[in-house]
Write a protein that binds this ligand. Structure first.
Ligand code: SF4
Length: 196
């Protein structure tokens, strides 16, 4: 795991190249709205911690975006505790782990205005198609990913998207079924390939 290598200013670039679709969605919503609701902040901040973003860099990252619409004092009052808490620096000092795909898919269903969740499960098919196209997938590849999503195979859909972008996860064995169990697994597989 590339702990310590990841800084706040690298996240835009990493989100495009190495984030699974759920985290791309959270990142772009955050950049667009300069805010994320609690469910989104939890899912995204623990993921970022998992990719190796230090607490100092995490505070820099969230603060610089949120203070585009609120002032620094407000940020400190409303959001700092939560970020420090996720890093085990407040409350019971538990070192919280990033959410697995299963947790993201089966708990805390996103409502309107939320950007957390798994797009393969929670986005409707038209919206999902737009997202896949925006991520650079050709129509036939998007069709295949959408089929898995439609059939309820969300984690397989995610792995297929990975393979379209990065190449086979099974060393070319067409028969082997692949799926992701964790957003950080997607990141690590991608990061490894791009930084060999
Ligand atoms: Fe994120 Fe997992 Fe869904 Fe992929 S399958 S988008 S990693 S929650």
């Amino acid at each position: 795991k590339p702990v310590g290598e990841i800084t706040a200013d690298m996240i835009d670039m990493l989100s495009k190249k190495s984030f699974p679709l759920c985290m791309q969605q959270l990142h772009s919503a955050m950049r667009t709205h300069h805010h994320l609701r609690h469910g989104g902040r939890q899912q995204y901040s623990l993921f970022l911690k998992g990719i190796g973003l230090s607490l100092e860099e995490a505070i820099k990252f969230w603060r610089s975006e949120f203070t585009k619409i609120i002032d620094g004092d407000q940020f400190d009052k409303k959001y700092l505790y939560n970020i420090r808490h996720n890093y085990g620096k407040e409350g019971k000092k538990t070192d919280y782990t990033p959410y697995s795909c299963m947790k993201i898919i089966t708990t805390n269903t996103p409502a309107t205005g939320d950007y957390h969740g798994c797009p393969f499960k929670h986005s409707d098919q038209d919206v999902l198609r737009q997202k896949l196209t925006a991520s650079g997938l050709r129509k036939e590849d998007a069709d295949q990913v959408l089929q898995y999503s439609k059939g309820g195979h969300y984690q397989v859909a995610c792995a297929k998207m990975f393979e379209v972008i990065h190449g086979s996860l099974t060393g070319g064995d067409e028969e082997a079924e692949v799926s992701f169990h964790h957003p950080n697994q997607y990141f690590e597989e991608s990061y490894k390939r791009l930084h060999k």
